[in-house]
Write a protein that binds this ligand. Structure first.
Ligand SMILES: *[C@@H]1O[C@H](CO)[C@@H](O)[C@H](O)[C@H]1NC(C)=O
Ligand SMILES: *[C@@H]1O[C@H](CO)[C@@H](O)[C@H](O)[C@H]1NC(C)=O
Ligand SMILES: *[C@@H]1O[C@H](CO)[C@@H](O)[C@H](O)[C@H]1NC(C)=O
Length: 671
């Protein structure tokens, strides 16, 4: 036994090591998908062979390369390039001088410390990113940090709220179980290259507990976390999700229990005070305030027990009693609700409207959007490809052989609300509602054309949209602005996100020429292609650990840690991201999905989700390219800012895209 065991361990280590060497190769990324070189093909086959048949969720983790620290001079010169279209000549000279001083003074010392960290830590930036960007931020989570996701666009598989809730929650509990058991297959880029799956661990049974200076993320395992919490009319219910034999409650049973909760809440709501029904409002306060109240009012007696229940819940289910009027108000309901409903500390609130529509509100520190997006896509797709509802809208009964064993009934959570606490709750509601009223959100469908035409014209769809955003912003405000586009670094161990600064000098040149209108179409198209290629290179560099913003951020943290005051780093870090943008991930699940470009599936795709603006004077723009023919945009801004207007920006963006589309003449589109 000893020998075969040692043999097995050795084999595993060798495999891990081989895979790590193989995954260091990045040539594939810079090749066109349609013209892959022989080298890359052979490499792909070897990677598949070495990663093994059906790898488990985390089996490739240890083989993922560590994220490298980019050379200091490269980061600084790329930074300066990105500042050119944004600064006056004088400002630029000042930045260039500061960068130079930094490079010849403390820069190299900070850089050496980062090298050291990158050798021992799994990732040189991710732990700091989580701590300083998320957990130390004192802003309210709603609008500023949490994001939302919508369900299908113009299709609802049932109009019964409890049936939809039962089915969707059941799908999600199922995939959670696959994650707990590490049975979910790891995602593979191009069906070959494994990416980091570490973020899946904390998607559920997780809470962000407010602290006076820094919040804390708590995650509970499936021994402690065995229930969900359901909200209705401001009343909370605990509902266990497993029966005595550890089976997930059947969909039909969940449907029945959700109905019982609705009936009970509708009956009891009159006897519960308005403030007791608004406890969730406290989670929308600035973090330090919420931390103080939590310590003062929720650390003893039944309030503490209740708080434990919510902290340890797998997820929260919100059963709204009002339908949104249109898709933008649905987005607002999911992003911030009415200021007294969402428990924003929980990793996920799954929300259901009375007519069967649904969506998510997701806390951001524990994972980035693609991970929760993957789980959500699974739940949404199952409703399309499997028959999940009867003709009358109710869920399918369980199969004959299925026997549910003993389970517990929902239990209402009752709070102890003192006069002092009541005052704080009422103030929190007012505070939240003011923030909510200030948020201007528009969700729009661009259906004149989609990525199909862009691909035919050989311009990367993401670059096309990013350049259109630059054109729109310039037309809207007469200047360029610092732009954030999110990209992922999950090719590396514990990689999270990186910033692509998509307002490039090439994009600016194209935009000026478009606005100027003097160049012929062919010349404009050349400029567009040049800007597109530049953008694509920046995007690939970011995925390859050659972005600049995480590096600058890490240098800044080290400088703070050593007690240096670097005016240069300080001024770079403080610059506003006036446009904050992100393309939504899609088609992450591995299943036999019907072609979404075909009718009737086109209306079933999801518009994805969105987020609030990062800067008070700017826009948050997220977009999703589900089919060849349409693009969804989510545009957010603050009403209190006199220079922004989400609707107007969306209109200008659509016009800009149309104008850019006209540069492709019909002959280039034929092929
Ligand atoms: C959507 O509904 C809200 C009210 O909930 C309304 O103020 C807004 O104008 C509507 N938007 C559109 C595009 O109809
Ligand atoms: C279910 O609970 C009842 C009452 O507690 C008990 O008598 C019965 O044996 C339990 N059934 C199973 C299958 O555990
Ligand atoms: C290109 O095609 C579109 C639609 O097919 C047509 O409306 C347009 O007139 C064509 N343009 C030229 C220059 O041929």
């Amino acid at each position: 036994m000893g020998i075969s065991f040692i043999f097995f361990i050795t084999l595993m280590k060798v495999r891990q090591y081989l895979l790590r060497i193989l995954l260091a190769y990045r040539g594939w990324m810079y090749e066109n998908v349609r013209e892959v070189s022989l080298k890359t093909k052979l490499w792909g086959l070897t990677v598949k062979f070495v990663s093994g048949y059906q790898p488990s969720l985390y089996s490739c983790q240890r083989s993922l390369p560590r994220m490298p620290v980019p050379p200091l001079d490269e980061t600084l010169s790329k930074l300066l390039d990105s500042l050119k279209p944004l600064c006056s000549e004088e400002e630029f000279k000042e930045y260039a001088k500061q960068a130079n001083d930094f490079e010849s003074s403390i820069g190299p010392r900070l850089q050496r410390l980062l090298y050291l960290k990158s050798w021992w830590a799994p990732n040189y930036v991710s732990d700091w990113w989580e701590k300083y960007v998320y957990l130390m931020s004192r802003c309210p989570l709603l609008i500023n940090s949490n994001y939302y996701a919508l369900d299908h666009y113009k299709w609802t598989p049932t109009n019964k709220q409890v049936s939809r809730a039962a089915n969707v929650v059941h799908s999600i509990l199922n995939i959670k179980r696959q994650i707990d058991r590490e049975e979910l297959p790891p995602l593979l880029l191009r069906n070959t290259i494994p990416i980091c799956m570490a973020q899946y661990e904390r998607l559920f049974s997780t809470v962000r507990v407010p602290g006076e200076e820094i919040d804390e993320l708590l995650h509970f395992d499936s021994v402690e976390s065995r229930h969900i919490v359901v909200w209705r009319q401001g009343l909370f219910y605990q509902q266990s999700i497993y029966d005595e034999k550890n089976q997930i409650l059947s969909v039909a049973l969940l449907e029945k229990l959700f109905q019982e909760i609705i009936d009970d809440a509708d009956k009891h709501k009159e006897s519960v005070s308005e403030s007791e029904r608004s406890v969730a409002s406290l989670t929308g306060l600035p973090r330090t305030d919420w931390a103080r109240f939590r310590k003062e009012y929720f650390t003893s007696g039944i309030n503490k027990d209740n708080m434990d229940l919510i902290d340890k819940a797998v997820l929260l289910v919100i059963l709204f009693d009002k339908c949104p009027e249109n898709i933008s108000s649905k987005g607002k309901a999911l992003l911030h609700s009415d200021g007294r409903t969402l428990w924003s500390d929980k990793s996920v609130n799954i929300c259901f409207f009375p007519d069967g529509q649904c969506g998510l509100n997701v806390e951001h520190s524990m994972a980035d959007a693609p991970a929760m997006g993957h789980v959500w896509e699974y739940a949404m797709t199952m409703e399309v490809i499997e028959k999940r509802y009867l003709d009358n809208g109710q869920v399918m009964p369980p199969p004959k052989f299925f026997k549910q064993s003993n389970y517990s009934y929902p239990r209402r959570i009752i709070w102890d609300i003192t006069d002092a606490l009541e005052k704080e709750i009422n103030k929190a509601v007012v505070f939240n509602q003011k923030n909510n009223d200030d948020l201007d959100l528009e969700i729009v469908n661009h259906n004149k054309f989609g990525k199909g035409i862009m691909k035919k014209a050989r311009v990367s769809p993401d670059a096309f949209i990013q350049i259109a955003l630059q054109l729109a912003y310039y037309r809207h405000s007469g200047r360029f602005c610092q732009t954030y586009e999110a990209s992922a670094t999950r090719l590396y161990q514990n990689g999270r996100t990186e910033t692509v600064r998509s307002c490039t000098e090439d994009a600016a040149t194209f935009v000026r020429a478009m606005v100027n209108g003097k160049l012929p179409k062919e010349e404009l198209l050349k400029l567009l292609r040049a800007a597109g290629n530049h953008h694509q290179k920046l995007y690939r560099d970011a995925m390859n650990g050659l972005g600049i913003d995480r590096h600058l951020f890490a240098l800044y943290i080290v400088s703070k840690g050593l007690g240096y005051e670097s005016q240069f780093l300080e001024s770079i870090i403080r610059r506003q991201w006036t446009l904050s943008t992100s393309q939504q991930p899609q088609q992450q699940i591995q299943a036999n999905i019907p072609d979404i470009n075909l009718e009737p599936f086109r209306t079933m795709c999801s518009p994805g989700g969105g987020f609030g603006p990062v800067s008070d004077e700017g826009y948050g723009v997220s977009y999703m390219l589900p089919t060849e023919y349409n693009i969804f945009f989510h545009v957010s801004s603050k009403k209190s800012c006199s220079t922004t207007d989400s609707r107007k920006f969306a209109d200008i963006l659509f016009k800009s895209m149309d104008d850019m589309r006209l540069l492709f003449d019909n002959s280039t589109l034929e092929s």
